[in-house]
Write a protein that binds this ligand. Structure first.
Ligand SMILES: NC(=O)c1ccc[n+]([C@@H]2O[C@H](COP(=O)([O-])OP(=O)(O)OC[C@H]3O[C@@H](n4cnc5c(N)ncnc54)[C@H](OP(=O)(O)O)[C@@H]3O)[C@@H](O)[C@H]2O)c1
Length: 178
């Protein structure tokens, strides 16, 4: 199973404000920066409950019929969009990957700061595409959390966009498995 990250963060490393606002992210007509191709390549999106709550707050459903696996230890509300395919799972990252692998899925998109950090810690992420937004917000929800050990990354490429977005792609060279 391949697990990838595709996420936007501020230059100071935050993915949301403390109140979960993401108003600093480019909106609307943002130039294509690889997301469409990446999204088409994944079998399912695995996101933490807090990211899912943010998604629900948008009102509109932007995920089509791609399977969305929400990780949570509690019941979650379902979206109203009829095409939405949302399911809740809980367990260790390895158990989650094993369960989804048994469905014949080969590529998962892992989303949410806490969730990404847990999957990294378990050695289950192979690729990360991180798009830096040219802003400092001082405080917020961090992309990465505390780790019990260093995780070595290998730089694949860095792409810059007219809007000021700078996107770096890495493979995880240490601890990746699964
Ligand atoms: N900038 C971007 O591109 C971007 C992308 C995604 C999200 N975001 C933002 O990031 C924020 C959310 O990120 P976050 O780091 O705070 O949290 P998160 O990773 O989205 O969610 C954390 C929660 O997920 C659940 N969880 C994670 N792993 C689990 C597991 N293995 N088993 C069971 N439950 C598990 C737990 O929920 P329970 O407490 O219910 O058990 C945990 O509290 C939101 O504000 C969102 O808007 C930004």
């Amino acid at each position: 199973m391949q697990c990838s990250v595709f996420i936007a963060a501020t230059i100071d490393g935050f993915i949301a404000r403390l109140n979960h606002d993401i108003d600093f992210l480019p909106e609307g007509d943002v130039e294509e920066h690889g997301f469409t191709e990446f999204y088409a390549s994944v079998d399912a999106l695995v996101m933490g409950r807090l990211s899912y709550e943010k998604v629900l707050s948008f009102g509109e459903w932007h995920y089509g019929s791609k399977p969305i696996i929400v990780l949570s230890s509690r019941d979650i509300p379902m979206p109203s969009a009829s095409e939405a395919r949302v399911e809740r799972l809980s367990g260790s990252p390895r158990e989650i990957v094993q369960a989804l692998s048994s469905r014949g899925w080969n590529h998962l998109y892992i989303d949410g700061g806490v969730t990404i950090t847990r999957f990294l810690e378990a050695g289950l992420i192979q690729r990360m595409i991180i798009t830096r937004v040219p802003v400092l917000i001082g405080t917020g929800i961090p992309l990465f959390g505390a780790l019990p050990r260093d995780i070595q990354l290998s730089h694949v490429a860095t792409r810059s966009y007219k809007s000021g977005l700078v996107q770096s792609e890495y493979t995880v060279t240490d601890g990746a498995s699964g």
